[in-house]
Design a protein. Structure first.
Ligand code: HEC
Length: 101
């Protein structure tokens, strides 16, 4: 492997790590406040990173309100071909971290 290729690989690994690092990681406190079990929020985050980053970069949950997320998810769930269960988990994660109105 030449130096240039190593450089490109390194930069793209950093880039992917930086993208998912900027969205919040659920804590016990957020779980209690939202009334959603922590395990489900963590699963929702994982699915969000996995299913929603192929076409565009991940939008920070805090950028939209719960109402706006619900509206977006109606369209995006179809685009990402989510099952009903996946859609629910992702929605819960996004709304628990959404902007408060
Ligand atoms: C097949 C490609 C595709 C997938 C997969 C996808 N999106 Fe999108 N998304 C788009 C396109 C194209 C736009 C911009 C145009 C639009 O809003 O329709 C967009 C726009 C958005 C926006 C608005 C961005 C902004 O800056 O306001 C949000 C929020 C969003 N997507 C969330 C999601 C979520 C959540 C998922 C996972 C469930 C997802 N997307 C999966 C194609 C996709």
């Amino acid at each position: 492997m030449n130096v240039k290729l190593i450089g490109i690989t390194f930069v793209s690994v950093l880039f992917v790590a930086a993208c998912s690092a900027s969205i919040y990681i659920p804590t016990g406190k957020i779980a209690r406040e939202s009334g959603i079990p922590l395990g489900q929020l963590l699963q929702g985050r994982e699915l969000y990173v996995e299913k929603c980053s192929s076409c565009h970069s991940l939008v920070n949950p805090a950028r939209l309100t719960a109402k706006q997320w619900n509206r977006k998810l109606r369209v995006m769930a179809k685009r990402a071909k989510l099952t009903e269960k996946e859609k629910q988990l992702i929605t819960n994660y996004l709304i628990a971290g959404s902007e408060t109105e």
